[in-house]
Write a protein that binds this ligand. Structure first.
Ligand SMILES: [Cu+2]
Length: 655
């Protein structure tokens, strides 16, 4: 946790803001995780009673511009030790602070009797608070006492007092909870959260390995091909979102959208501080914060803004904002998107890469009127608006179908050879045949490509086809036909080419896979195959381009200048072009007087990605441009990146 005074100091200049954003983007690890929450006193997966002890308190929320914004939120009462879910191991220990925004995600099972004890530990001048559970019928009655008076919308709890709400978790799905007291102020200040109700009887087909496409539980996955990280931990809360055969999912993420107007928060803080020590219910012991006009400057997903939301769940920098927003899937997997519109505004949530099939709204599964037991009827949406107080569940998947690019990054030659950049020790020309001698004891394949860079004169630099090659004990040679006339000899530089039998294992374990299309065009014959669910029409059309990838023949794409197109480490709106993009982004310094085409593109942009990661990044964001800024600085606000990685890359949701 950074000290507050430091944060405030750095917020003073735009320069520092920009720098902090840039540095944070560079350092942000690839972090991705599920829908973390707490289960109260009964375990998830049972319909037994679930009891939660919550408190409402104040604290400060960290924003990427350096601000620490005074806020109110629900949390776990001091000293309580709830059960955290999912049960898989997180990189940072799960934590339920006494105040967090959003409030703790309450995970219960359909049919459970849910008891929530809420203690009002907000500053006395704030007055009463409460919780509304808009999807459920309360079974508790209101005492209508001084401690628990009946309010306009909810039974409330006076300062320092506790109230108990009970209801039966009747409807599976994603639901909101939020303050039912002075909502224009209390929800704005952060008093909101989510309830996830898991189906009591998830359909059997959702666990049998045919309906699901993910790699969880496929114990031999990766071990056969020497790929670390498999089997992956299972971060799902269940195998199905509803008691319906078509509601299976492979991964799930919860996104709560809300905005903040810092002026309201400053006014609340000033009034709270001016009334410290006042007695509850006495004249003057209340707030009069103007909630109009409304000019939000912070646009939050799960209480954080870009880029903070890409940091891990429970990361120490955000003691009161434990949940991140960082979806991550393999091609073909079914991603359950749980979304709630909190706050006051509607937000145009746009999922790039594919449309989203709406599964349910506020826990109401949308079924076919003719065959409801088998078929769903939710619409396919380009943009899934979030509406205040409204939740939806949607199913998303990405196969790469129709892109004309292979998201698996296969090597067309099928050799699995390693790429090497070798130092050139001599270069000579006879006729138009160039002989290159380089350090190394391996010869590249004839017919493969080599890219020469840094040679003087620069006419030798470029990408050429190898005509012949000879391996030696310390140096080896190859030849190519020079399209430039008049050159005699050169010096310096390096040659980048594919070399067989490298000491390192083949860097592309997918290199010699076959793709056999089913009737829909996907490779689904063997669920254990590395390229299971590949769209076969694009097989062997890798995104990596020689010399930066391991594709000797080059690929269909040329990497854009990251200074032009990137948002920090991610390629904004364009496919992330694989691990070898890092090489280009971090090329050693070069002398443009010797080679006009050499570039030094620093700071590098993809270094944080694991070496074997190759996939695609897509912005998932608000389509309101203002909302992808933080205090008017881009990038920020409601912006996250969906990462689609090929199946050889083990997705670690532990962060
Ligand atoms: Cu968009």
């Amino acid at each position: 946790m950074r000290p507050m005074n430091m944060k405030n100091a750095t917020s003073k200049t735009q320069l520092f803001q920009a720098l902090i954003v840039a540095v944070t983007l560079l350092l942000a690890p690839a972090a991705f995780a599920a829908a973390p929450g707490i289960t109260g006193t009964s375990a998830a997966g049972t319909s037994a009673a679930a009891s939660f002890s919550l408190t409402a308190q104040d604290a400060y929320l960290n924003q990427p511009d350096g601000n620490a914004v005074y806020s109110w939120g629900y949390g776990c009462v001091s000293g309580s030790s709830p059960d955290f879910v999912p049960k898989a191991t997180f990189a940072f220990p799960p934590l339920c602070n006494t105040m967090q925004v959003p409030g703790p995600t309450l995970v219960v099972t359909e049919g459970a009797t849910v008891t929530i004890n809420l203690t009002n530990n907000l500053p006395t001048a704030v007055g009463n608070t409460s919780i509304l559970f808009p999807s459920f019928q309360l079974t508790s009655t209101c005492a209508n006492s001084s401690a628990n008076p009946q309010g306009l919308l909810a039974c409330e709890v006076a300062p320092g007092q506790t109230i108990t709400y009970t209801f039966v978790a009747s409807a599976p799905g994603t639901h909101a909870y939020y303050s039912g007291t002075q909502g224009d102020l209390q929800i704005e200040m952060g008093l909101y959260g989510a309830i996830i109700v898991l189906p009591a009887k998830p359909p059997a087909n959702c666990a049998n390995g045919t309906s699901i496409t993910n790699l969880y539980g496929k114990t031999d996955y990766g071990t056969k091909t020497g790929i670390p990280g498999f089997p992956e931990q299972d971060f799902r809360l269940s195998t199905a979102a509803y008691d319906h055969v078509k509601s299976c999912y492979d991964r799930e993420y919860l996104f709560q959208w809300a905005e903040m107007d810092p002026r309201i928060h400053q006014e609340a803080l000033a009034q709270v501080q001016a009334k410290i020590g006042c007695s509850a219910g006495m004249p003057g012991c209340s707030l009069d914060v103007q909630t109009e006009p409304y000019h939000p400057a912070y646009f939050l997903i799960n209480g954080r803004s870009m880029p903070d939301l890409m940091d891990p769940n429970y990361a120490g920098e955000y003691p009161h904002q434990p949940y991140n927003g960082n979806p991550h899937i393999h091609p073909g997997e079914l991603l359950l998107i749980r979304t709630i519109g909190q706050g006051r505004w509607q937000h145009p949530f746009h999922e790039h890469a594919n449309h989203v099939r709406i599964l349910a709204r506020d826990g109401n599964l949308i079924l076919s009127p003719t065959v409801p037991a088998q078929n769903l009827a939710g619409t396919l949406m380009f943009n899934t608006d979030t509406t205040p107080g409204d939740a939806f569940d949607g199913i998303f998947y990405f196969s790469g179908r129709g892109l004309n690019w292979d998201p698996y990054g296969h090597h067309p030659a099928g050799t699995g050879s390693a790429i090497a950049a070798e130092a050139i020790t001599a270069i000579s020309e006879s006729g138009k045949t160039v002989t290159v001698t380089y350090s190394g004891s391996q010869a590249p394949a004839v017919g493969g490509n080599v890219t020469i860079a840094g040679v003087t004169p620069s006419g030798y630099n470029g990408t050429f086809t190898i005509l012949s090659s000879t391996a030696g004990s310390t140096t080896s040679t190859f030849t190519y036909a020079d399209p430039t006339s008049g050159l005699r000899a050169g010096s310096g530089g390096s040659a980048t080419m594919s070399l067989p039998n490298s000491d390192s294992p083949p860097n592309d374990p997918l290199s010699s896979l076959t793709c056999t299309p089913d009737t829909n065009g996907y490779n689904t014959g063997n669920p254990a195959a590395l390229n299971y669910y590949e769209w076969c029409q694009d097989h062997n059309k890798p995104v990596q381009v020689n010399p930066f990838g391991d594709v000797a023949s080059g690929g269909p794409a040329t990497l854009p200048d990251p200074n032009v197109l990137t948002n920090g480490q991610w390629y904004g709106g364009t496919p992330y072009l694989g691990p070898d993009a890092s090489l280009r982004a971090s090329m050693p310094a070069c002398d443009t007087s010797l080679n006009a085409n050499c570039t030094t593109l620093l700071p590098s942009n993809t270094q944080a990605n694991p070496a074997n990661e190759r996939g695609w990044a897509f912005m998932w964001h608000s389509h309101n441009e203002r909302e992808i800024t933080t205090n008017n600085v881009f990038p920020g606000g409601m912006l996250m990146m969906l990462l689609v990685d090929s199946r050889e890359f083990a997705i670690d949701e532990s962060q």
